[in-house]
Design a protein around this ligand. Sequence first.
Ligand code: MLT
Length: 448
Amino acid sequence: MHHPKYSQSGNRSLAAIRDMGETLGLEKPHWQTQAMARINENYLKLQAGYLFPEIAKRVNAFCADNPDADVIKMGIGDVTQPLPPAIIEAMHKAVDEMAVAETFRGYGPEKGYDFLRDAIAKNDYQDLGIDVDADEIFVSDGSKCDSGNLLDIFGDDNKIAVLDPVYPVYVDTNVMAGHTGEADENGQYGGLIYMPVTAENGFEPELPTEKVDLIYLCYPNNPTGVVASKEMLEKWVAYAKENDAIILYDAAYHAFISQDGVPRSIFEIEGAKDVALELRSFSKNAGFTGVRCGFMVIPKQLMGTTKAGEKQSLHALWNRRHSTKFNGVSYPVQRGAEAAYSEAGKQQINDLIAFYMNNARLLREGLQEAGFEVYGGVDAPYVWLKTPDGVSSWDFFDQLLQKSHIVGTPGSGFGSSGEGYFRLSAFNSLENTQTAIERIKNSVSTPA
Ligand code: MLT
């Protein structure tokens, strides 16, 4: 007969073990005395909310108090123009395929459909003479997710270097993963290496003086809008080789590069495939912020190291992670992304980019005319300005919102070296951009 205090497999049940412990007068084990469902306390180290929801909260409060204010949002870099027609058409077609048994598709390949990976490899890399194979590409739901998820395949004892100011996701996800200490009074987390990029150093980070293992680089840069020269990236690749480090290269804004000779990919640098992976996204160029599709290139030869000093393929580790925790991007979305590489799609995307970059130019020139010191906005959809009269970034945010009804992003929200700077996004309508420039000219006190 089955004894109630033994499980069917013949093992003692937890109840039986507990009863035995009580009979023998043993102390209760910790799982009986402590509250369960412990949290990841690393989250408690995080500063306030994530930057953009924090801004949204302040803007919502302002709008609630000023319901008639015509607020122009130039904060988060979210696209405003509709998806290009070639993409819409491809997505419609794919949805129709899903309605018919013969063409219906269930789970897709986790790394992405071949039709998309082939199109990416050809158009984004091979046609530009960059050696990337379709098999090195992992299609995902976007670069923000990729940049955070990536930490799954890296150890907990890496020395991590980030630019300052920086896209906050890189820092916050390392905090969440327990890779940092507490934040200091400047909001800098213990254990991270911050590399300041300011007007003083021409926005060019210096190579770390100590050995680091993981280096986050983002070019064209968010938030400053500046680009990296080939020489600069060559220095980083050489540093990574010398120090056995890995570069996590975020090229989400590559399509906005207008100047000749500016690298669009880290893989334009010789030897980079040994030391770098690259993140890319359809969000900003093809307008996919609400559709969600991006990808990562992890070269087959890129190696991480075990504690014992053995080399392990990062591509293989990520493949294991991706196919375990992710079921792929939806079929209609991947068809839409593929259409970004059709002749019509490419033309429409070029037009979209030209549209946003015209806004960036107007912003840059308008702000300069108004007396501001302005950076970026040439090869990136962000304009990075110095706040007038040393006003703090958040004070400038409040001033601009209250007086001009314009939302931007305070530079200090991207890191302490962003203090005294402010970011405006060119993702908007032409009318709003022009109105914003006029309002700024008229109502913000500018340096003499
Ligand atoms: C930004 O405004 O920095 C971006 O929109 C954030 C993102 O791409 O996640």
